[in-house]
Design a protein around this ligand. Structure first.
Ligand code: GRG
Length: 298
């Protein structure tokens, strides 16, 4: 199977689980399930859960063990997109190729759908911990704690706060890198945290390489996002482009120019590929993933 086939097979496994975890309901609050499913099952790339499965494969962990945590990450990612698109934040009306949640439903429903997805994520992870054999429960709780930390005020939310605070200001590169490390990088490092804790392999040379890979690809992902915001195509991306300029954001392309961004992206990709090569043939999927993230157009 080639990389693209593997990627879509893994994404499909995630999609099936998400569909089961957030079912259609026919009760008085059914609209919240409609809104949650509308955004969650709207065809995102599933990079974060796929990475969790890929790291699990490399570290010899059963995919079923990490799947609930991988799905929880995708729920949290989707909630962040719903909330980020709200008028109080980025005020966008297109996401994943369709009207944003607050446009399709309304603002209150979109806020609640995001909140419900965040809660669902923790319900799914705590149930997974409950169902683990006694001797594995500590690992499960460590995995859940990592997801909480990566999503919260020391992770993604912290990054969003720095982002909002930076709007219209002449921020420096250090601030922008801190912003990205938190806002985008934290949820892209979470799959590594999950898989390493699942394997009980903290403080190993393997974990070191996985973390270095995830940090390099996490930053590369954001640099590419900034480049796509300038050069990308709305139809392919399924979201508006040119948002950074519109919101007067000091994106990486504004700070160092698009050519330097492309060089930085190349260097980060080389670094990620080197980390993947540490694992020999077992690292092939991660190598291809780094290349895919470099060349992606959506
Ligand atoms: C509002 C709680 C809250 C957090 C906001 C992560 C975030 C912080 C906002 C999301 C919007 C944004 C521009 C994030 C930067 C990271 C990024 C490029 C997200 C898009 O991720 P993809 O490309 O999206 O993986 P798909 O749709 O493929 O899942």
């Amino acid at each position: 199977m080639n990389f693209k086939e593997q990627l879509s097979e893994m994404a499909e496994l995630v999609n099936q689980q998400l569909d089961l975890l957030v079912p259609v309901k026919d009760n008085k609050q059914k609209v919240i399930y409609e809104a949650m499913r509308y955004s969650l099952l709207a065809g995102g790339k599933r990079i974060r859960p796929v990475l969790a499965l890929a790291y699990a494969d490399i570290l010899g962990v059963d995919r079923d063990f990490v799947m609930p945590f991988a799905c929880a990450l995708e729920m949290i990612h989707t909630y962040s997109l719903i909330h980020d698109d709200l008028p109080a934040m980025d005020n966008d009306d297109l996401r994943r190729g369709r009207p944003t949640c607050h446009i399709k439903f309304d603002e209150a429903t979109a806020i609640l759908a995001g909140d419900a997805l965040l809660n669902k994520a923790f319900e799914v992870m705590s149930e997974a911990c409950n169902n683990m054999p006694e001797n594995m429960k500590t690992r499960g709780i460590a995995m859940m704690a990592q997801v909480a930390k990566c999503s919260g005020s020391e992770g993604m939310i912290g990054g969003q706060v720095i982002d909002l605070d930076s709007e219209g200001k002449d921020v420096d590169m250090d601030t922008v890198l801190t912003l990205h490390k938190h806002k985008t990088g934290a949820l892209l490092t979470a799959p590594a945290c999950i898989a390493v804790s699942a394997a009980g392999m903290e403080d190993t040379i393997e974990a070191e390489h996985i973390f270095e890979y995830s940090e390099a690809t996490g930053l590369a992902f954001q640099v590419k996002d900034d480049i796509l915001d300038v050069e990308g195509d709305t139809e392919k991306m399924g979201k508006a482009v040119g948002r950074d300029a519109k919101q007067d954001k000091r994106s990486m392309t504004v700070l160092i120019g698009i050519d330097s961004c492309k060089n930085m992206l190349d260097e980060l990709t080389v670094k990620a590929v080197k980390c993947a090569e540490f694992f020999g043939d077992k690292g092939n999927f991660l190598k291809d993933m780094a290349d895919y993230l470099l060349k992606r157009d959506n």
